[in-house]
Design a protein. Structure first.
Length: 66
């Protein structure tokens, strides 16, 4: 469902596009996912993936805040 965004995100990252473009696509993808989670059950893998996202956000913040 989000394969196109994920593919494009990979391209943007490989091409070292501007951080704003990369973060905007990440935000758009997460926003799209959020609309689909009403009354959805998830497994422990969901929370593990969210933890990885949280850790990545800390790293992104440290790069942006230099």
């Amino acid at each position: 469902m989000y394969e196109t965004n994920v593919e494009l995100l990979g391209q943007l990252i490989q091409e070292k596009r501007k951080p704003y473009a990369i973060l905007s696509l990440i935000q758009d993808t997460i926003d799209s996912m959020r609309t689909d989670v009403e009354d959805v059950s998830v497994s422990e893998k969901f929370y593990e993936a969210c933890l990885k996202i949280s850790e990545a956000i800390v790293l992104l913040d440290s790069e942006i805040s230099k």
